[in-house]
Write a protein that binds this ligand. Structure first.
Ligand SMILES: Nc1ncnc2c1ncn2[C@@H]1O[C@H](COP(=O)(O)OP(=O)(O)OP(=O)(O)O)[C@@H](O)[C@H]1O
Length: 224
């Protein structure tokens, strides 16, 4: 008997006025699995990610996460589910508040849950992503792009998610640091049993990193 997928997206549609960015897209993702969405700029990858995360309400379709349908939920109803599904975006600096120290940025998802993370917990999260505890004292502009993306990943891990939605997580980085971030993500996936929805336009990276790949063109899935 097939178990319920971790994420089940059915007939998703996202429109911006007359533009249909996501046109009846369906896919599912099992616990611990990495599914990549590949395709050229403008094909609807990020819009799919935003709708899955319910950072944008889709125009129609369903998003089931851990067996619950998200599209009809209110923001208060979504709040307890959000820690389980965390985003990592392309621009590492844009993802972190420039005024906050890294330790506060990493701790924020826990504080939003009403928890009071200790310095030791934050140091452990930084250690998981290969950053020494002293990086917690810095602000984003005092980190390199790769270090900043590591901090963003630590923040995403803080609330013990089961799914990370990775939207072009290495595309903005210097080619020399990309492999380090991809290796880190692969290690975390193995250690923590995470599932990834991995959005990427780079075919070589996708083939290397993902268990399964779906290709999008003009808002539609063209191959899987
Ligand atoms: N906020 C918005 N308002 C209007 N149109 C938008 C908006 N966001 C995206 N679009 C349009 O929707 C379509 C899909 O964009 P989307 O960003 O989802 O694609 P993508 O594959 O992620 O591309 P990229 O890699 O360039 O971000 C494009 O035609 C884009 O111009």
């Amino acid at each position: 008997m097939r178990t319920t997928p971790l994420l089940d997206v059915r007939d998703l549609v996202v429109r911006y006025g007359a533009v249909t960015a996501v046109d009846h897209v369906s896919f599912s993702l099992d616990a611990g699995e990495t599914l990549a969405i590949e395709g050229p700029s403008g094909c609807g990858k990020s819009s799919t990610a935003l709708a899955v995360l319910r950072l944008r309400r889709p125009d129609s379709g369903e998003v089931h996460f851990e067996g619950r349908e998200l599209t009809g939920l209110t923001e208060p109803e979504l709040r307890p589910l959000r820690p389980r599904m965390q985003p990592v975006f392309q621009d590492p600096y844009g993802s972190l508040n420039p005024r906050h120290r890294i330790r506060d940025a990493v701790a924020e998802p826990l504080r939003l849950q009403g928890l009071r993370p200790t310095a030791g917990q934050v140091a452990e999260l930084l250690d998981r992503v290969g950053l020494a505890p002293s990086y917690g004292d810095r602000r984003p502009h005092e980190l390199s792009g790769g270090q900043c993306q590591r901090a963003g990943i630590a923040r995403a891990l803080a609330s013990h998610p089961r799914l990370l939605v990775l939207d072009e997580p290495v595309s903005a980085l210097d080619p020399s640091v990309r492999a380090g971030i991809l290796n880190l993500l692969a290690d975390l996936r193995d250690e923590l049993g995470l599932a990834y929805l991995f959005i990427c336009h780079d075919r070589a990276v996708v083939r290397h990193f993902a268990d399964r790949v779906i290709e999008m063109r003009d808002g539609r899935i063209t191959s899987r």
